[in-house]
Design a protein around this ligand. Structure first.
Ligand code: 13P
Length: 251
């Protein structure tokens, strides 16, 4: 299975800046020496820019997606964006349960699970984020935290669990320059894989991405781990060269 490298732009960008970033990425991909990278690529932009990404990327090898989706189908939820609306703009992915949403917007495991289910029902692949804080790691809770977060999604989406993407993002590694070592990340990915395997015989099909200060220099060793199937890239996805370097590190 190809690795999956997803950029999460977070709340960054502008019409002019996005266009130049995307065009530089596409030029870089076109100029890449054969063989093409063993990676599927996607960019997740703020919702207002999804139409722009659709226009720029529709005939390209890069897919696009959103950074969140509403837990509701439609109706009086001011400011929210429904999964069906993302589908209208041909989004392949929606990130759900990013730690920044859990932390700053009070999203619970149940909310995240409902969002994943809404995305699936609309034909959008949810990228479900799980991960422990520094305190949780230091007090030996890493495994129980990520398992609890994933269990809520397994419970809600049932046999559709093989249709999701999981992203392990240790909160202490996000935007800090502190990356989990490949061994630390692999240990948690193996736990998540085993949990998926207990829920489905097709668990191997599920991409489990690593996220947290991934960059061109550390990507190859992370992506070489047996249960690391790709990356969810924040800061480095805002620079074409860095993002493409990560994609090229996928084997
Ligand atoms: P950084 O790559 O900037 O650490 O962000 C990771 C992340 O949160 C991606 O969703």
């Amino acid at each position: 299975m190809n690795k999956l490298i997803v950029g999460n732009w977070k709340m960054n960008g502008s019409l002019a800046g996005n266009e130049s970033l995307v065009r530089t990425m596409l030029d870089g991909l076109a100029a890449a020496p054969a063989p093409a990278p063993h990676a599927d690529l996607a960019l997740c932009a703020p919702a207002v820019y999804l139409a722009q990404l659709q226009g720029l990327l529709k005939a390209s090898p890069i897919a696009w997606g959103a950074q969140d989706v509403s837990a509701h189908e439609q109706g009086a939820y001011t400011g929210e964006v429904a999964a069906g609306m993302l589908k209208d703009f041909a989004c392949r992915y929606a990130i759900v349960g990013h730690s920044e949403r859990r932390q700053y917007h009070g999203e619970t495991d149940d909310t995240v699970a409902t969002k994943a289910q809404r995305a699936l029902a609309a034909g959008v692949t949810p990228i479900v984020c799980v991960g422990e804080t520094l305190t949780q790691r230091e007090t030996g809770q890493t495994e129980s935290v990520v398992k609890r977060q994933l269990a809520a999604v397994i419970h809600t989406v049932g046999h559709c669990i093989t249709e999701i993407v999981v992203a392990y993002e240790p909160v202490w590694a996000i935007g800090t320059g502190k990356t989990a070592t490949p061994e630390m990340a692999q240990e948690v990915h193996a736990v998540l894989r085993a949990q998926l395997a207990a829920a489905s015989t097709h668990a191997k099909r599920v991409h489990i991405l690593y996220g947290g200060s991934m960059n061109g220099a550390n990507a190859a060793s992370l992506l070489a781990q047996p249960d690391i199937d790709g990356g969810l890239i924040g800061g480095a996805s805002l620079k074409a060269v860095d993002f493409l370097q990560i994609a090229a590190a996928a084997r």
